[in-house]
Design a protein around this ligand. Structure first.
Ligand code: FES
Length: 402
């Protein structure tokens, strides 16, 4: 093991090697700082360490220079070298500990700060933020729909609550950035509410992991986790409404019309079977012989298999009913699939119903999930607990989904 001789050391550079900084060139920056130190033979004077995330991911890459306590945002290797030479321009500073201490001493003197200040602060009303988490799509229109949906929902949320939107993957801000936005806007309490249909990997692991990660960086902020949309009466109502929009009579008896409900499909058996429960609840509300379930991917039955079943059961018309929140690549694919089936089976008619989108009942569910989180009755708290246990047993490396 190497034992450093620290006697001549004058500076210690902490180079962030957290996942965001590494994704923004952290390795090159680490190397160029070390090479510059070597080139100038400053090794005995400047020590460097790689660190994990420093909680300022938006300033990536972060480098901290002690004992001065200068925090830098380092966008490229040029600035990295300037750090070694202490020639960094002011725009690349994030924070200067020495200066901040001086400023604080001066303002305290000026104001004659008393112990009451702290007391006053703790008596202040806590600022609450609701952070909605959409899945995110490579298809930007889907992301825009999520943002619009939250804009509309905001009208039904009281003004004292800060409302922000973020995404799990494929869109910005991501969850980490969303949490930072809430904290920067002054939130003391952040309520993270997933806009996710079924409880599976994203809601069981990925979002809880982000919340646990954020807790480390914002120890003064409390985080509460909401629960997924799940099996909810309002969702059945939305499906019924979407059926009626394509001319399906909800009160009549249907022998030859099949309803093929389509979900995304995943590897979580619980989530897949929850979808079956939903389609069964839909069947209970109708007088229709054929209600089938199929998945776009990962699991079976596939959409062509679902169609085949409907046809074998004697369907003359198939209504493809998406169990999808917003538009996206899969909705586009479903549209194409429906058109292809229509071409292939000229004796059967095919109709594609609309996805959930801006349905007011979807707003109702999200508002209910938000209220549960605010009241402390959300099952999301148990999810966080489960995640902690899971991470202890199996390990869980925090990473970003974008
Ligand atoms: S990864 Fe570097 S500050 Fe978060």
């Amino acid at each position: 093991m190497t034992t450093w001789n620290l006697s001549g050391m004058q500076r210690h550079l902490l180079i962030c090697n957290g996942s965001t900084c590494m994704g923004a060139g952290g390795e090159e920056i680490t190397q160029s700082i070390r090479q510059e130190i070597k080139r100038q033979q400053l090794d005995p004077l400047i020590h460097t360490s790689r660190t994990r995330c420093n909680g300022r991911c938006k300033d990536k890459c972060v480098v901290i220079d002690y004992p001065k306590g200068n925090w830098y945002s380092v966008p490229n290797t040029e600035i990295a070298k300037q750090i070694v030479n202490e020639a960094v321009k002011p725009e690349h500073y994030i924070y200067k500990v020495e200066e901040a201490q001086l400023q604080q001493i001066n303002t305290e003197r000026f104001r004659g700060v008393s112990k009451n200040t702290d007391k006053r602060k703790s008596n202040q009303v806590k600022k609450k933020a609701i952070l909605f988490v959409g899945h995110g799509s490579k298809f930007e229109q889907g992301n825009e729909e999520v943002r619009q949906f939250i804009q509309q929902l905001k009208r039904r949320i009281k003004d004292s609550l800060l409302v922000e939107t973020c995404f799990l993957e494929f869109a910005r801000p991501n969850i980490e950035e969303g949490i930072e936005i809430c904290v920067e806007k002054g939130a003391d309490e952040v309520y993270v509410i997933p806009i996710i249909l079924l409880h599976a990997g994203h809601s069981k692991l990925h979002i809880p992991a982000e919340i646990e990660h954020a807790k480390e960086h914002f120890p003064d902020v409390t985080f509460t986790y909401g629960q997924t949309i799940g099996i909810h009466e309002a969702i059945i109502d939305i499906l019924l409404h979407r059926l009626s929009e394509v001319g399906f009579d909800l009160t009549a008896k249907h022998e030859e019309i099949a309803i093929l409900c389509i979900a995304r499909g995943g590897s979580d058996p619980g989530a897949n079977s929850d979808f079956y429960k939903i389609t069964r609840l839909l069947w209970e509300k109708l007088d229709v012989k054929i209600v089938e379930s199929a998945f776009m991917g990962v699991t079976k039955p596939s959409v062509p298999e679902g169609i085949e079943r409907c046809l074998k059961l004697g369907a003359k018309k198939v209504i493809v009913l998406p169990y999808f929140l917003f538009s996206g690549i899969l909705m586009n694919r479903m549209q194409k699939m429906t058109a292809d089936f229509s071409d292939k089976h000229s004796d059967v008619s095919f109709e594609l119903a609309k996805y959930f989108g801006y349905h007011s009942k979807l707003q109702d569910v999200l508002l209910e999930r938000m209220q549960q989180a605010l009241d402390g009755t959300s099952t999301g708290l148990q999810d966080l607990e489960n995640f902690r246990k899971y991470a202890q047993e199996h390990g869980y490396e925090h990473h970003h989904h974008h």
